[in-house]
Design a protein around this ligand. Structure first.
Ligand code: IFM
Length: 457
């Protein structure tokens, strides 16, 4: 197990960062503590039928209370950087106004605790827990939310900017917009293309305004957006599928990468869906065009796409492929789709340096029996990590011309946690959480990651 880690370890430059990632609502729990306001996920998960098993983030991993233990755990594994998110309703219960001292104190201690252990803090300012008070005013469908986010970003930079290694503005605009307002799977659970396109524009604007606010406070802090680009392939060898794949790229990736990295929406998207964008959207393009110091890439699985003439633009339908191995969430495993994804982005956009801000797999393996007793042999995850880190190492080795300027890798996730609409049924952690006792157990994948990092000396 550890020899593969040591071998892989040697293929990364000395300056490369190996980290782990989590997000506030998925790990913190303590949703009523210290004046925290309600978020859209408190409301959504309390709505029957929205989350598997009726699970909520009420307790999650109790990280709000156990954070020191979790930081010690990370330090023990040799983790060099930690990407966590700040819960907007813990700082501003109604989304704006005066910050709550208790909320600020929690993240102050967390950041100081990381630094004391030699772990670099990467803070994400928005990972989906929008204050419900803002949702009541239209949420991301309302342009004012973009401005509220920029004000909040300015406040966080003033408070924490002196100690953060980097800032990620928002996590995965695709999920904030399409998954939440078109597919209805995430909070607030809408299924409305018009609402989705308004949110696309407002989320892009939120990033642009926040970048400017962050830089006005601290010009030299590395900041950037975290996206989950789809690695899109035609589902069959036909012109129709090829065209559908190009349209799917524009809709799922171009709607975000275009404005942020090139200052423009894809032409066909504007021709087809332009009327659904907010009025005078063109006037915001200069504000949105903020590539930042790095771009965060969250990659998990490929998309194989077919023509779907009867559905709305992009008239494309993705399928899972029968011939590919699957994670325990049924997601296709295809390591070279990771490289394909970055190659396709590079063809179209001048991207800043890259951090892989999330990558990992759902593997629900529990404690082993017999000779494996006491261990959690999560072999699926371990081989997923091995094969995907192998791709990252090759992308770096291929150099600037053919390869990619990747500076670090954040494994999703440090802990098993609340996997949104899947509740606690899907485990992504390299550390197992027993939700009844809050006991943490490092899995085999965690030991493997530890060996990989420690082999660097
Ligand atoms: O758990 C999520 C995370 O919040 C965002 N990126 C994908 C992960 C796995 O689904």
């Amino acid at each position: 197990m550890s020899s593969s880690a040591e071998h892989l370890s040697k293929r990364f430059p000395k300056s490369f960062l190996f980290g782990t990632a989590t997000a506030s609502y998925q790990v913190e729990g303590a949703v009523h503590a210290d004046g925290r306001g309600a978020s859209i996920w408190d409301v959504f998960s309390a709505t029957p039928g929205k989350v598997k098993g009726g699970d909520t983030g009420e307790t999650a991993c109790d990280h709000y209370r156990l954070w020191e233990k979790d930081l010690d755990l990370m330090a023990g594994l040799g983790i060099q950087a930690y990407r966590f998110s700040i819960a907007w309703p813990r700082i501003l219960p109604s989304g704006m106004g005066r910050p709550l001292a208790e909320g600020l104190t929690f993240y102050d201690r967390l950041i100081d605790g990381l630094l004391a252990r030699g772990i670099q803090p990467f803070a994400t300012f928005y990972h989906w827990d929008l204050p419900q008070a803002l949702e009541d005013k239209g949420g991301w469908r309302n342009r004012d939310t973009a401005k509220a986010f920029a004000d909040y970003a300015e406040l966080l930079t003033l408070k924490f900017g002196d100690r953060l290694a980097a800032i990620c503005t928002l996590n995965e605009p695709w999920c904030v917009t399409y998954l939440s307002h078109l597919h209805g799977i995430h909070a607030p659970g809408l299924t409305d293309l018009g609402a989705a396109m308004r949110t696309v524009h407002h989320v892009n604007l939120a990033h642009g305004l926040a970048m400017q606010a962050i830089k006005s406070v601290k010009a030299d802090i590395p900041a950037g957006l975290v996206l989950n680009p789809q690695s899109i392939y035609p589902g069959e060898a036909s012109e129709r599928a090829e065209k559908a794949a190009l349209r799917a790229f524009d809709f799922n990736n171009g709607a975000f990468y275009g404005p942020v990295y090139s200052g423009a929406y894809p032409e066909e998207l504007v021709a087809e869906l332009g009327p659904l964008l907010p009025e005078a959207w063109q006037e915001d393009m200069a504000d949105i065009h903020q590539p930042g110091d790095f771009t965060g890439v969250n990659y998990y699985t490929p998309e194989h796409v077919f023509d779907a003439p009867d559905s709305h633009w992009p008239r494309a339908r993705a399928i899972r492929r029968n011939d590919l191995p699957k994670t325990d969430l049924g997601w296709d495993i295809m390591p070279d789709a990771f490289t394909h994804c970055l190659d396709e982005l590079k063809k179209r956009y001048a991207l800043p340096p890259i951090y892989i801000t999330e990558n990992g797999a759902c593997d629900n393996t529990e404690a082993g029996r017999g000779s494996n007793s006491g261990r959690i042999p999560d072999n699926l995850r371990l081989s997923y990590l091995e094969s995907h880190l192998d791709q990252v190492a090759s992308m770096i080795a291929d150099g600037q011309e053919k390869g990619h300027d990747i500076r670090g890798y954040f494994l999703w996730s440090l802990l098993d946690n609340f996997e949104w609409a899947e509740g606690y049924s899907a485990r992504f952690g390299i550390v197992h959480v027993d939700y009844a006792t809050q006991e943490r157990t490092v899995k085999d994948s965690g030991r493997w990651y530890e060996a990989l990092i420690k082999a660097r000396g």
